[in-house]
Design a protein around this ligand. Structure first.
Ligand SMILES: [Zn+2]
Ligand SMILES: [Zn+2]
Ligand SMILES: [Zn+2]
Length: 169
């Protein structure tokens, strides 16, 4: 009974809903006629999984060939449907950021060599792109990740935290 199966994205094979216009996991477009949000005459090549806007091939790209991001969000560290919103080597600050995000109803996940050997037994930080940025994206930092759909809200909470508390770097 094939029509009772959960629909999956034909591109990344993650579960989707029947009325989804795009895959929230990879940004593949299911709807017809989606235009680039910057060029109304250009067809969108994908939907940025972070800001959920359509972009053409010049305004966005598929990271690893499978997760569509706009140029504004192309620098994010992403892994398995989540993106980094904060990183530090100090677990106290990590815990504070995590509890603040949870207090706002978000679902932060800590990615650390030490904290989560069960989830990440290989401790393989090569899954992250080397961003080349010195300010926090160090390869062995503890990362606070949130699901794609929570990134924009989480970034705002983190930036509010930073301005309210000078100890949060
Ligand atoms: Zn997909
Ligand atoms: Zn975006
Ligand atoms: Zn465009």
């Amino acid at each position: 009974m094939i029509d009772e199966e959960e629909p999956v994205c034909s591109f990344c094979e993650s579960g989707v809903k029947n009325d989804d216009d795009f895959c929230p996991n990879c940004g593949s477009i299911f709807a017809d006629n989606v235009k680039c949000s910057k060029h109304q005459d250009a067809d969108a090549a994908g939907i940025c999984v972070i800001c959920c806007e359509g972009y053409c091939n010049e305004c966005g790209f598929a990271l690893y060939g499978r997760v569509f991001l706009c140029s504004a969000h192309s620098e994010l560290d992403i892994f398995e449907g989540m993106a980094r919103v904060y990183g530090n080597n100090d677990f106290t600050q990590i815990a504070l950021v995590k509890s603040s995000l949870e207090g706002e109803g978000l679902h932060p996940f800590i990615f650390s060599r030490k904290a989560n050997p069960l989830h990440f037994p290989t401790s393989d930080y090569s899954v992250f792109r080397p961003s080349g940025k010195f300010d926090g994206n160090m390869i062995d930092e503890i990362k606070v990740m949130v699901p794609f759909q929570e990134v924009i809200e989480a970034e705002k909470i983190v930036s509010d935290l930073k301005s309210a508390d000078e100890n949060i770097l």
